[in-house]
Write a protein that binds this ligand. Structure first.
Ligand code: SF4
Ligand code: SF4
Length: 410
């Protein structure tokens, strides 16, 4: 295959574009107002990193129907490694052009043409196959959860503490990520909140969304929806994952006729609600150091959780401070959109994270709280790369420290 070889992609790709994407493609007047808003451009002001340039590459391919290996490969590289889909540029565009949305659509074309990074497609397919036959991994999963349950019992000092799985009639289906750090703190939180909950067999992350493949994205969500319906829960609570929250809360209900028969909340919203109702014992002295919060793009700008994390942290830590800019104007940490799963892009990822590293440094805070696992990995790496000398913690873990201090004094 030569760079000029034409790749077979769905002929009517442009016709199939959703209306909002088609409008965004045609609306940009190349005014450049969005340029400075992009963290890639801010850390390295070269033309490749201008948001409108990325969209133009995609637009040219569709207009000219240039489906050559070379053009699609270049588009794929731009869409996957030069854009984290953070949508900060959308906030500055006077015409509301959504470059993040366009880049996700470009990712979809890359997947359809076989030019997308294989590892990301594989991650989506692995999640789908896990949903096809739960029995294969059921025993191993339950064994792992038993071990985590033991830790919860030790930490709470309560031999009756449990991590329920597959519990029919639970109010909450909690969807975590893989790893003890994503399961133990919420289990302790639910224990003290006396919640009627159960843990999902599936992980919250959705690589189908990240690769812009709606079919894969829906199949990944379908596993959780089926589980929620089978157990008859009233709501799904999503753990600390930005894109999973944004997907399950805002996007996925539109993919299913009639939406979801249950509500979807983030664990941050659950904690804010419990705190406002005075239902959590909290001792702030468990978290005495100055703390700042990183607004993950998919939780804040794209997910709408602007005040909830602040309600939570002001109640759980002694000295809460803000980064600047913050909330929906916050800079992306540089690790979103799946870039973190591709090792070849590590140095680009560190460069793109420079504005976030500078924001953190400027506050002088020694603890950064993050409520998205992707951002947590990225900020850990930024800490090392830029020698920030900070500690990084999860928001549920921070609340749980304050609960345990209030209840047990430690
Ligand atoms: S969505 Fe984010 S990363 Fe992508 S072009 Fe806009 S500001 Fe840059
Ligand atoms: S995306 Fe919007 S702000 Fe950016 S160049 Fe186009 S019209 Fe201007």
């Amino acid at each position: 295959m030569t760079p000029e070889t034409q790749i077979k992609v769905p002929e009517d790709y442009k016709k199939k574009l959703p209306r909002d994407v088609a409008i965004a493609l045609e609306t940009c007047v190349r005014c450049g107002l969005c340029t400075e808003s992009c963290h890639y451009y801010k850390s390295n002001p070269k033309s490749d990193f201008i948001p409108a340039y990325r969209a133009e590459v995609f637009r040219r391919i569709l207009r000219k129907k240039d489906y050559s290996e070379k053009s699609l490969g270049a588009m794929s590289d731009i869409a996957f490694s030069n854009c984290t889909l953070c949508r900060r540029c959308v906030m500055t565009c006077p015409l509301g052009v959504d470059t993040g949305l366009l880049m996700r659509e470009a990712r979809g074309l890359a997947v359809a043409s076989g030019t997308a990074p294989e590892i990301l497609v594989q991650l989506a397919d692995t999640a789908i196959s896990r949903g096809e036959d739960i029995e294969i991994f059921r025993e191993m999963f339950l064994e792992n959860i038993k071990a985590l349950e033991e830790e919860v019992r030790q930490l709470t000092g309560d031999p009756q503490a449990v991590i329920p799985v597959d519990k029919k009639g639970a109010d909450i289906l909690f969807v975590a990520l893989s790893g003890a750090h994503s399961i133990i703190p919420p289990s302790i939180l639910f224990h003290y909140a006396k919640a009627n909950w159960t843990l999902s067999f599936f992980e919250a992350s959705n690589y189908g969304v990240l690769i812009g493949d709606k079919d894969r994205a829906k199949r990944i969500v379908q596993r959780i929806v089926d589980e929620a319906k089978r157990l008859g829960v009233k709501e799904i609570v999503v753990g600390e994952c930005g894109h999973a929250y944004n997907t399950l809360r805002w996007e996925a209900p539109k993919w299913f006729d009639g939406g979801f028969p249950f509500r979807v909340r983030s664990i941050i919203e659950v904690m804010a609600h419990l705190i406002q109702e005075g239902r959590l014992p909290l001792d702030k002295s468990a978290n005495p150091e100055p703390v700042i919060y990183h607004d993950a793009c998919n939780l804040t700008r794209n997910g709408g959780l602007l005040e909830e994390p602040r309600i939570v942290l002001r109640a759980a830590v002694k000295d809460y401070r803000e980064m600047s800019p913050n909330r929906d104007d916050s800079y992306c940490c540089g690790g979103g959109g799946g870039i973190i799963a591709v090792p070849e892009w590590d140095s680009k990822r560190m460069e793109a994270g420079k504005p976030k590293a500078e924001q953190i440094k400027a506050t002088g805070a020694k603890v950064v709280i993050v409520a998205c696992d992707n951002c947590r990995i990225q900020i850990n790496d930024l800490n090392e790369h830029y020698k920030l000398g900070i500690n990084i913690g999860g928001i549920t873990e921070t609340v749980v420290k304050a609960i345990l201090k209030a209840v047990k004094g430690s």
